[in-house]
Every structure is written in C-alpha cells, then in structure tokens.
Write a protein that binds this ligand. Structure first.
Ligand code: PHE
Length: 344
C-alpha cells in the first residue's frame, strides 16, 4: 500500500510538472484530490490493514496528499499572479488622455441676481432677512397702513387663503416683522429677498408669482437724501458707474413721501430706444420714507426715528441687466435659456 502511495505521488508530481495552463491544473486537482480519485480509493482500503500498520500508512498517505497539494497550491498561486499581471497590463489607463467633460449645472439667473444684489447691500452693512410667503392680512396690509377696505389694496390683487391669510403680495410685511422683532432697537438695516404672489394674468412682463427684494433702514436722522444716495450706489454697482437715477413722486400707503425710481436705460445709455420707449429711463423700484403710522404701529416713535424703504422686482432687474425679453423664461427651465448663464 505504501508503494502504491509513493507511486501515486511520483505520478502526480510528474504530471504536475507538465502543467501549462489553469484548466490543466484544475483537471489534475480533480483527478488526484477528488472524491473519486486514487488517493481516496487507497485510503478507503485502509480498513483492511492491521492496527499497527494503519497509523504508519495513514502518515504516508497524509504526506503524499500534502506533497501533491503543496505543488498544486504553488502552481495555483503562480497562475493567479500571472492572471493579475495580465489584467493590470490590459487595464492600464492613459492619464494623459483628455477627459470627457461632465455636464455641469449652473446657478439660476434669478438666484444669481439675488446673490449679486445681496452682496451689494451686505457690503453697505445690511443684513438679510426672510419672512413667510403665506402671510397674515395684518402684516401684508394693515400694519402697512392699508386698513381693510382701503382702496389701495386693489393695487395688488391678492390670492386669499382665508379672510385673514393670503399669499403675500409684496415683501413689505417683512419690514413690519423685523421692526417688531427688534422691539424699538436701532439701527434697522435689512434687505429681504423673496417670492411674492399677485392675481395677474401671465404674459411677457407679468407673472402671478415673482421675486422682490425689500429694503428698510430705520434710525435717528434718516433722510430722503440717504435713500437717494443708497439707491445711486446700488444701481451703479449693479448696472455700471455711468448709471444715473431719477426719482418721480408716487404713492404707497406705507411711505410718505413716496418715489418711483428710474435708472438711465442701459441699452441706449439714455439716448432713447425701444426698451425704454424712447424715454432714456427705466423704472426699477418703488421707495419712500417710512410712513409715521407704520413706524408707530411697529413700536417706533416717529418723533424720534425715521426711515426709508424700497422694493424692487428681481425679474425686471435681471431682464434689464441681461436683455431678457420674457419673464416666463425664468420659470420654464428651458436649458437653452439657462445654459446661457453658466459663465456670466
Ligand atoms: N411694496 C411695494 C410694491 O410691491 C414696493 C415698495 C416697497 C414701495 C417699499 C415703497 C417702499 O409695489
């Protein structure tokens, strides 16, 4: 039996010596180590051996098995290594090749303009406030000196949710909310960007939902010249140093006096064109000195404090700045439109 085992070992090692490929190695592994292989068969015959012989032959059988296994394993390792090397060689990457450009998103033009306006005012010491889009009638109208049944409420057709709650028609309620929160503290110096809602029919220049930026300054000795200087600084940073402004008397219930502010047309530099309807001027915002009643209702003594406020439509400013001819472009998300703002 011992001779048989040793012969088997010789035979297996000889065959292994000739192995060239992994499938050949696998064949030999099955042939010699498998359940139906000769080694198993020999071991099965051990039952017939005497008690003294059995451990000795068992030892030999184990040695034979170990010797064959060792060679198989080392061959296997060599094949594995060769395979890995072949794969690495085949998969090398040429890092000098130019990459494929990944499609890249961009900041929406409206967000861009909001950020730009915020930057300008933050640079002048303003902080940025926010307020709710679903607003109480009190903040949207009443505390802004627009009591119920006031005819000027018709200036802004509203979406009402209940008798007392509506979609805010402007960002001015944030004036009131901020003053109330500061409880008479000064200076108040804020801007507030946000969405506003009006019952308008959508067309090239109207949208039932659009964006405003509100500004409010309250302190001692705030004068109309502060408003004018602030707005001039703003438009020159926004549209260029050559930009001038003019103020036209206007009316808002929450400011007195009130002024509509125009800038020199950036398309024709003021000489008159289609965009400015030959006037040389473009209206960009409403403004005025905070009405004493508004200060009073928000807890500020109008004898001691004064303030100015302004509100502008962001879409309009973006349209003027970038020459966009239809407000609906901002909301329809046509990539051909949006892609033009990737690099501006
Ligand atoms: N809230 C006004 C509007 O929406 C704009 C405005 C704001 C006017 C602040 C004066 C002062 O038309």
């Amino acid at each position: 039996m011992r001779d048989k085992l040793l012969a088997l070992k010789e035979e297996a090692l000889r065959e292994l010596g000739q192995v060239q490929t992994l499938p050949e190695l696998n064949d030999i592994r099955v042939k010699y180590m498998g359940k139906k292989g000769p080694l198993t068969e020999i071991l099965r015959g051990m039952g017939a051996l005497s008690a003294e012989e059995r451990p000795i032959i068992g030892q030999v059988a184990n040695d034979v098995r170990a010797a064959i296994e060792e060679v198989i394993n080392s061959k296997q390792a060599r094949f594995d290594k060769a395979e890995t090397e072949a794969r690495l060689a085949a998969e090398t990457i040429d890092v000098t090749l130019p990459g494929r450009p990944a499609p890249q998103g961009a900041v929406h033009p409206l967000s861009k303009v909001i950020q730009e306006i915020e930057d300008i005012f933050v640079g002048m010491g303003y902080t940025v406030e926010e307020g709710p889009e679903v607003e109480q009638d009190y903040y949207n109208f009443e505390a802004l000196n627009l009591p119920k049944n006031h005819p000027a409420r018709d200036m802004q057709d509203s979406f009402y949710i209940t008798d007392e709650v509506l979609m805010r028609t402007h960002t001015s309620p944030v004036q009131v909310r901020t003053m109330q929160r500061l409880k008479g503290g000064v200076p108040v110096k804020i801007i507030c960007p946000g969405k506003v809602y009006r019952r308008d029919d959508d067309d090239a220049t109207h949208s039932h939902q659009f964006t405003q930026i509100e500004g409010l300054v309250v302190d001692k000795h705030i004068r109309m010249s502060d408003l004018k200087g602030t707005l001039l600084q703003f438009v020159q940073e926004m549209f260029g140093k050559q930009t001038r402004i003019r103020m036209r008397p206007s009316f808002f219930p929450f400011t007195e006096p009130s002024a509509e502010v125009d800038v020199t047309c950036m398309m024709c530099s003021g000489s008159g064109c289609r965009v400015c309807k030959q006037t040389g001027w473009l209206e960009i915002l409403g403004s005025g000195m905070v009405h004493p009643r508004v200060l009073e209702m928000a807890g500020y003594d109008p004898q001691e404090y004064s303030g100015f406020a302004f509100g502008m439509g962001v879409e309009r400013i973006a349209m003027l700045k970038y020459g966009i001819d239809d407000i609906r472009h901002f909301y329809t998300n046509d990539l051909r439109f949006l892609k033009q703002f990737v690099h501006v």
